[in-house]
Design a protein around this ligand. Structure first.
Ligand SMILES: Cc1cc2nc3c(=O)[nH]c(=O)nc-3n(C[C@H](O)[C@H](O)[C@H](O)COP(=O)(O)OP(=O)(O)OC[C@H]3O[C@@H](n4cnc5c(N)ncnc54)[C@H](O)[C@@H]3O)c2cc1C
Length: 322
């Protein structure tokens, strides 16, 4: 029986990639965690996906009140279950959802909590994690001197695990969502159905060189032609051309897509920190000396206002042929 608990995150019947990244890292450290899934509509499907990456034990916390996410419902159900165990660590992905319920769960467990960790070691005593501080200028190692250790792990900083076909044991538990005082009245999808940057296979990002929010349209057009998510450099975000949730880099999101296309981005170290593990990097920049080219697999020296619309047309042609 494991005393390390991984809270799996799922949306629309699919697991978040970061859940599998953490699972892979725990298994690499010789730990077989108990994976907790809250309010899943189809636990067998999720258990299959967890088993394909090596999970052996999945616990489904079930209650109709958990079908829709609420901070209190998740925290109450997890607390009720974990109070019957002796957890040494409770870990989840550092997603907006976990950043919402995990601190409340930690408070209920009277545990210390570290958010947005980039490394962890659950084999050490005490458990240690590393997390960025001072807006990413440096990082610090945190030790949990009393247990349990509650922490979240930043998406895309750990390797995606290889396949390890297992058939996990699935235990269904009738969970208590407790007194949920906040009611969800309505869920409004954002007007433009944005892909989650941390999960996207293809990302096209724009930098300060776009010169305005309106000009970002050429990046969005290229992205929609190829089914990509849109990212931005911090300079573009600070200038108000793109919202912060699109920022890639040390103080933004860490991404690891199959293809990353950087348009008019210089390649500052803080930007590279968020995308350098992309499988293929393409850079478009009018300065042949731009640092981004030293990290790029393919480089196009040119004006993005000419190159990007041209690429968009080529993407459309390719798509219409396939
Ligand atoms: C603590 C700290 C944290 C930070 N965190 C982040 C972070 O998370 N993410 C991040 O991105 N940055 C971050 N930064 C900022 C980072 O140092 C850079 O300032 C930023 O990445 C620069 O953005 P940029 O490349 O868009 O702009 P610039 O550096 O201004 O580069 C613009 C580039 O566009 C090219 N260009 C201009 N016009 C065109 C054109 N028409 N066609 C093609 N190319 C063109 C130029 O040659 C240049 O290379 C951080 C900095 C600090 C100090």
């Amino acid at each position: 029986m494991s005393d390390i608990f991984l809270v799996a995150e799922h949306k629309d019947g699919e697991l978040k990639r970061v859940t599998l990244e953490i699972l892979g890292e725990l298994i690499a450290q010789g730990i077989q965690p108990e994976v907790l899934v809250v309010g899943a509509p189809d636990i067998q499907k999720l258990a299959g996906a967890l088993g394909s990456k090596g999970a052996e034990k999945v616990v489904s916390l079930e209650n109709p009140a958990l079908a829709q996410y609420t901070t209190e419902g998740y925290a109450n159900a997890l607390f009720q279950y974990l109070s019957t165990k002796s957890p040494k660590a409770v870990v989840a992905g550092a997603t907006p959802l976990a950043k919402d319920f995990l601190p409340r769960l930690a408070a209920k467990l009277q545990a210390g909590m570290a958010n947005d960790c980039t490394e962890f070691n659950v084999k050490t005593s005490p458990i240690t994690v590393r997390r960025p501080v001072y807006a990413g200028k440096t990082s610090k190692q945190v030790s949990f001197v009393t247990g349990p250790a509650v922490f979240s792990v930043r998406p895309n900083v750990l390797a995606f695990p290889a396949d390890a076909q297992k058939t996990p044991q699935v235990e269904k538990v009738s969970a208590d969502a407790g007194n949920v005082r906040a009611k969800i009245v309505e869920v409004q999808a954002s007007a433009t159905k944005k892909q989650d940057l941390t999960e996207a296979d293809i990302i096209i990002s724009g930098g300060r060189s776009l010169k305005s929010a309106d000009n970002f349209k050429i990046i969005f057009d290229a992205a929609s032609a190829i089914g990509a998510a849109v990212g931005a450099s911090r300079a573009a975000v600070d200038a108000g051309y793109a919202p912060h949730d699109m920022q890639v880099g040390q103080t933004g999101k860490t991404v690891s897509p199959k293809l990353y296309i950087a348009c008019g981005i210089s390649g500052a170290i803080q930007h590279l920190a968020g995308m350098r593990t992309s499988k293929v990097i393409v850079a478009i920049n009018k300065d042949p000396e731009a640092p981004i080219f030293s990290k790029a697999d393919y480089g196009i020296v040119g004006d993005l206002f000419e190159v990007v619309p041209h690429l968009t047309e080529e993407f459309k042609k390719l798509r219409s042929q396939s």
